[in-house]
Design a binder for this molecule. Sequence first.
Ligand code: CDV
Length: 310
Amino acid sequence: MMERVLRIAAAQMGPVNSGEPRSATVGRMMGLLDQAADEGCTLAVFPELALTTFFPRVYLADLADADGFYEHDMPNADVQPLFDLARRRRIGFSLGYAEITTDDEATHRYNTQILVDPDVGIVAKYRKVHLPGHTDYRPADPFQNLEKYYFEVGNLGFPVVDAFGGRVGMCICNDRRWPETYRMMGLNGVEIIVLGYTTPLHNPRAEQSAELRMFQSRLCMQAGAYQNSTFVVGVAKAGREDGVDLMGGSCIIHPDGRVIAETSGVDDEIAVADCNLDDCLNGKAEEFNFERNRRPELYGGLLAPHRSIR
Ligand code: CDV
């Protein structure tokens, strides 16, 4: 039987500072996509909120004033050239952006990621579930973390789709810190989880070194990969964006938990790995054989409200 080897690029981006036109940002992404295609990749993974600055770090009293950061349609005229290039170069991609939609009753805003097949177009959409931060303005903090103000909790679950010859799922940034994220997709047979992140090097609410922050980011992605026997591709928007330092460290993680490719800097850069999706099979059949070894009859408490420690 043919092995299922997929060459994947973690397409890290340097900062997208306020005022950078969408066309320029999309141009940078096209450069990365071209590089990935030149290296024989068939999938490139871009970061969270890739098309704009990470605007939840700034408080705007009128939510409507932030509307320019959101995409009404996908693809739209600004992003279409990326879709066209992907089709020409025969490479898929995943992309994070701020989504705004309206239904009969209301306007909805989500932190969204899509998976794009070069021929079919968008084959999956995910809306971020674990929104970090707060809803209220905190003027004493050096920067805000207002995702709970700018976005609703995602309402699409944790979809896993057949694509690129395997089972592909998505999550976004803070989702990577939650074991439930990986397990929800693991239960659906996921083989590649693609995720973008935007993580400040410093936590304004805790004394943590940049090294510790990077360790924690890797720790949860490597554990999620190993415990669900899946590849994980974690991709940063990095560097100093509008005065805030963001971590790099984009990487591709093997189902055995090892980092098999990583970026070296904090600018636009790809890291490439050949991912043999059959490497997921042993872990799923043996150590993490869910049917044989999970004990869901004893996990009912996971659905109960948590007990507060204070
Ligand atoms: N964009 C994010 O979700 N960032 C969070 C930070 C704020 C902690 C993260 O988990 O990296």
